[in-house]
Write a protein that binds this ligand. Structure first.
Ligand code: DQA
Length: 155
């Protein structure tokens, strides 16, 4: 188990609305891999990196705000795909900003190559960084980025 000054590195990984439909929803854009399969890969990769990950999904804005607030009590970092809320949820943005936790924003698709409204993220200004366009592999990259951020902050 990877240890920091505050114990094992714990990551809160949050999926936003409609991501529970992965594998079924618009496979040309989001791929054929199911939500369950993506989550299993996330768990396996987290374990190999010595991270503890808690995966949560909601279709509701308030529940996602609650996940972010809860993370404050136990997580060292947040990995979040806010899905459509990315583009307009000031509530989720404020929760992330207030948490002061390092936050990696993930999008499966290349949002910059899609409709105009997807190019704007209200989350990015309060995230540490963004990973877009690599499909579910983006979550694995995000775990590595989060681990690196935390380790660097303890040096
Ligand atoms: C998404 C991109 C968003 O624009 C969209 O609303 C989603 C998924 C992505 O992962 O590519 O639901 O966040």
């Amino acid at each position: 188990m990877q240890l920091t000054r505050t114990g094992p590195i714990r990551i809160s990984l949050i999926h936003g609305p409609n991501l529970n439909m992965l594998g079924v929803r618009d496979p040309d854009i989001y791929g054929k891999e199911t939500f369950e399969s993506v989550n299993r890969k996330i768990e396996t990769h987290a374990k190999s990196l010595g991270l503890e990950v808690k995966i949560q999904q909601s279709n509701s804005e308030g529940a996602i705000v609650d996940f972010v607030q809860d993370a404050l009590a136990w997580a060292s970092a947040i990995v979040i795909n806010p899905a459509a809320y990315t583009h307009y949820s000031y509530a989720i943005r404020d929760a992330i900003a207030d948490s002061r936790l390092p936050t990696v924003e993930v999008h499966l698709s290349n949002v910059h190559a899609r409709e105009e409204f997807r190019r704007h993220s209200v989350i990015s200004p309060v995230a540490t960084g963004q990973i877009v366009g690599f499909g579910p592999y983006g979550y694995l990259l995000a775990l590595e980025a989060a681990k690196n951020l935390i380790e660097e902050s303890h040096r």
